[in-house]
Design a protein around this ligand. Structure first.
Ligand code: AKG
Ligand code: FE2
Length: 262
């Protein structure tokens, strides 16, 4: 956590404070963590997290992907964020009850106490069939956790950042994952320069979206697999590439991209 904080410090200190009640006024946020923090990459592909995602997302889509990466530095004096569902990002589409399109992680880069503004969660709200635009904050409990812990919550869970009444900063690393056929909240192809992407492990690249999100989603020009395009293997046609269901199996198999035999 200290390494992640150190790697991101230049970006966080250069980031402007928030400009709305939702993103906060005493909160600084910075993204593009895959490009900016080599240490964050190891948490983004943590095998325990991927096992949870296999269970939580894999029955709705053949792949899942990174949705966003964001360091959130909630400064002293920040007021509580409105309680919301992250899946409202998808134009508030009425997904059926029980259908999860997104799972979020909040890694505690500092301690998370209630007074510091630990994320507040309405436990059980993923079961609510209604979609109230406002929720009584009294229903939420603070997810207190020591530095180094991680909170997992689905896109249908009502939650929000707390108020920071202390003099210290509450720092969290928010990493979200979504179904492979949804648009990513943070554009992973533009957030990570290609020269950095070419050096990343294959499993991470697939999680970033450098693989088709479903059979016909996300190919490049002449039906090329995005990984082959990234590596300049222009002779390889996607139909000749074995289509793999998830990044996880690949992480186990090999960390390095190897062009498939044609
Ligand atoms: O900072 C937090 O604890 C939560 C942030 C959040 O939920 C959001 O920005 O969507
Ligand atoms: Fe949120």
């Amino acid at each position: 956590m200290d390494r992640i904080a150190e790697e991101l410090e230049p970006w966080l200190s250069a980031a402007a404070p928030g400009h709305s009640d939702f993103v906060g006024h005493a909160t600084r946020r910075t993204g593009a963590l895959i490009a900016r923090s080599p240490t964050a990459r190891t948490l983004i592909t943590d095998p325990t997290i991927l096992s949870v995602l296999d269970l939580a997302l894999a029955d709705h889509a053949s792949t899942y992907q990174v949705d966003l990466t964001q360091m959130i530095d909630l400064g002293p004096g920040e007021t509580a964020q409105a309680i919301h569902r992250d899946r409202w990002t998808f134009d508030n589409y009425p997904f059926p009850p029980g259908f999860e399109a997104e799972i979020n992680m909040m890694w505690a880069v500092s301690d998370f106490t209630q007074a510091m503004g630990a994320t507040r969660v309405v436990v059980g709200s993923h079961m609510w069939e209604e979609n109230p635009p406002e929720v009584d904050p009294a229903l939420a409990s603070a997810a207190e956790m020591p530095k180094g812990s991680v909170l997992l919550y689905s896109g249908s869970i009502y939650h929000g950042g707390g108020a920071n009444t202390t003099e210290v900063h509450r720092v969290g690393m928010n990493v979200g994952y979504t179904l492979g056929w949804l648009r990513q909240e943070e554009n992973q192809y533009l957030a990570c320069p290609q020269e950095i992407a070419r050096e990343l492990p294959e499993g991470l690249l697939r999680l970033m979206g450098y693989q088709r999100g479903a059979f016909a989603l996300g190919y490049v020009d002449d039906f090329m697999e995005p990984l082959d395009w990234l590596y300049g293997n222009r002779s390889i046609h996607a139909d000749s590439v074995v289509y793999r269901r998830s990044a996880r199996r690949l992480l186990r198999k090999s960390e390095r991209y190897q062009p498939p035999a044609v």
